[in-house]
Design a protein. Structure first.
Length: 255
C-alpha cells in the first residue's frame, strides 16, 4: 500500500494540479489509483468531473457516521477512482475537534478496508490549512509531497510544514518521508533560481530533481475538466509529471 498526500500551507502552489496529474500519470502506467479530495473547495473532484449533491455522498460521511470509504468511491473518466469532497467538509474542525481518533480516522479506515494494493496507490489532495483534514492526510500518508511554487512566500510555507512535521513525529512515532517539489518554475526568473537554491540548502536530497515548469497547458486543463494528459498529452506539463513519476518510482515512493 502506498498513500501519498500533497500538502503545503499555502494556496496556489499546485497541490491539486500535482495530485490530479500524478494520479493520471499512474493510470497511464497501468495503475488504478484512488484519489481522496480532502479540500472543501473540491477542485480535485470538479476537475475529475465528480460533483456531490450533499456532504453525505463525500468524505464528510466518514467523519459523521463512519461510512466505509469504498461506498464513497466514484469512477471518473480519467481512470482515477475518487472519494469526492464538498464544501460541508469545512465543518469537520468545528464539529469533531482534534482528538487523536478524529485525526487518525482516515488512516484507520484506509488500513481496515485494505483499500489499496501495489496496483492501486492512494493520492490525497489537501487543503492549505493545518487542521483536522490535513492532519488526517499526514497521519495516513506514507509519503508527503510539498509543492513549492517558485516564490519566497511559498518557500516560507514549506518551512512551516517542515516544522509541523517535526512536531508531529513523537505522536506519529516515525518520520514521514517527504519530497519538496518546485512548481511554476521558470529558469528565466532569478527568484525561481533563488528559491531552488534555498530549498536545496535547507532540505538537500528531499528536494525533487524534477521541476514542474510554468506551462500554459497545465493552467488551461482545469477549465476543460481534464488532466493535462487528456488536454495536451505532448505538452511540457505532461512531460514534467511523467518525469516526476519516474523519479518517485526510482526513489521507491510507489510499491
Amino acid at each position: 500500500m502506498t498513500i501519498i498526500a500533497v500538502f503545503n500551507q499555502k494556496g496556489g502552489v499546485g497541490k491539486t494540479t500535482t495530485t490530479l496529474n500524478l494520479a493520471a500519470a499512474l493510470v497511464r502506467r497501468g495503475r488504478t489509483p484512488y484519489g481522496i479530495d480532502l479540500d472543501p473547495q473540491a477542485h480535485f473532484s470538479a476537475i475529475a468531473g465528480i460533483t456531490a449533491a450533499s456532504g453525505d455522498d463525500t468524505l464528510l460521511s466518514l467523519f459523521q457516521r463512519n461510512r466505509p470509504l469504498l461506498e464513497l468511491v466514484r469512477e471518473t473518466a480519467c481512470g482515477i477512482r475518487l472519494v469526492p469532497s464538498h464544501m460541508e467538509l469545512s465543518k469537520v474542525d468545528t464539529l469533531f475537534g482534534k482528538g487523536y481518533n478524529i485525526v487518525n480516522r482516515l488512516n484507520t479506515s484506509l488500513r481496515a478496508e485494505s483499500l489499496t494494493d501495489d496496483k492501486s496507490p492512494v493520492m490525497i489532495d489537501c487543503c492549505p490549512l493545518m487542521g483536522v483534514l490535513s492532519l488526517n492526510a499526514i497521519f495516513a500518508s506514507d509519503c508527503l509531497i510539498v509543492p513549492v511554487s517558485a516564490d519566497h512566500l511559498s518557500y516560507k510555507s514549506a518551512l512551516q510544514v517542515d516544522k509541523a512535521l517535526k512536531a508531529l513525529e513523537p505522536v506519529l512515532k516515525r518520520r514521514v518521508k517527504r519530497r519538496y517539489l518546485l512548481t511554476r518554475f521558470d529558469t528565466r526568473r532569478r527568484m525561481a533560481r533563488d528559491v531552488q537554491h534555498m530549498l536545496e540548502e535547507k532540505f538537500g536530497e528531499d528536494v525533487c530533481r524534477t521541476h514542474i515548469a510554468e506551462n500554459v497547458s497545465l493552467a488551461e486543463s482545469p477549465a476543460y475538466n481534464k488532466t493535462v494528459y487528456e488536454h495536451a498529452p505532448s505538452s511540457r506539463g505532461a512531460q514534467d509529471y511523467d518525469a516526476l513519476l519516474d523519479e518517485l518510482l526510482e526513489a521507491g515512493f510507489f510499491s
